[in-house]
Design a binder for this molecule. Structure first.
Ligand SMILES: Nc1ncnc2c1ncn2[C@@H]1O[C@H](COP(=O)(O)OP(=O)(O)OP(=O)(O)O)[C@@H](O)[C@H]1O
Length: 249
């Protein structure tokens, strides 16, 4: 079997008496979209936080590109190619679309102490940013203020920022949240293409998106994995239907 790009091994996280994740193991394989679903409070964001380095696990390990990264900072993981988009936008609304991507590319190049103005003149960084914007179909909006573009376009801009890291894997936390039908359709098409460049761990509530994009699905309930499998397997799993899809047994 192909080596996974990213994997968690028995990750456990407690908040006081609450077990938010209990021995969660999953993997992300090359070329796939692996959706992580579960009811509100199931522990999806807690898991993503541990994968990306924002939350320290109580037990268990995280492996990325064959290395144990459990003790690494968010920044180190990002620099090795763990691309992340957030539930809540981290974009600078007053800056232009291009400036936001340049800021991302500066972080990727390790030039965080430079000021934005000289960075805009750094040809390598600027080129990288422009390529990323082209990849997500936002080149025409490069000079607009980020606050002026639509919510859907901002979601794609976040993907462009992540692309400047030349990611080896994406972790996306509810990228479709708040999008209308058109925005959802555009972002779904983009993610469908991006999986060839880097596999995607996708936390998503929109089941139409999940079932149209995912190669595999992992279902969390009360912090535990209750099922992992293909979309067909998940659809017909009685425990999933009971716990998540709200069906009577
Ligand atoms: N910092 C924290 N301190 C205490 N409890 C927390 C903390 N973070 C999360 N929790 C609790 O852990 C459980 C899992 O939360 P988490 O946000 O990971 O779930 P989720 O599946 O992402 O939910 P949602 O779909 O609503 O985003 C919840 O009961 C939540 O209240």
């Amino acid at each position: 079997m192909t080596e996974p790009v990213l994997s968690t091994h028995a990750l456990t996280k407690r908040f006081g008496a609450l077990v938010a994740n209990e021995a969660v193991s999953l993997d992300l394989r090359p070329g796939e979209v692996h959706a992580l679903i579960g009811p509100n409070g199931a522990g999806k964001s807690t898991l993503v936080g541990q994968i990306c380095g924002a939350i320290k696990p109580d037990e268990g390990r995280v492996q990325f590109l064959g290395r144990d990264v459990t003790e690494q900072s968010t920044r180190t993981r990002a620099r090795s190619g763990l691309g992340r988009t957030f539930q809540i936008s981290a974009l600078a609304m007053e800056d232009s679309v291009l400036q936001n991507v340049v800021l991302g590319a500066m972080g990727a190049a390790g030039t965080v102490w430079h000021f934005l103005r000289p960075a805009m003149k750094d040809l390598t960084i600027r080129q990288k940013a422009e390529q990323a914007l082209e990849r997500v179909g936002l080149s025409d909006l490069a000079s607009l203020r980020t606050g002026e573009i639509s919510h859907g376009q901002r979601r794609r801009l976040e993907v462009a920022v992540a692309l400047t890291l030349s990611p080896k894997a994406f972790v996306m936390d509810e990228p479709m949240a708040g999008l209308g039908a058109e925005g959802t359709r555009e972002l779904t098409a983009l993610l469908d293409e991006l999986r060839q460049e880097a596999p995607i761990l996708l936390v998503e509530h929109d089941m139409d998106v999940v079932f149209s994009l995912a190669d595999r699905i992992t279902v969390l309930n009360y912090g535990r994995v209750i099922a992992t499998g293909s979309t067909a397997e998940i659809r017909s799993d009685p425990e999933v239907r009971r716990a998540y899809l709200g069906e009577e047994s």
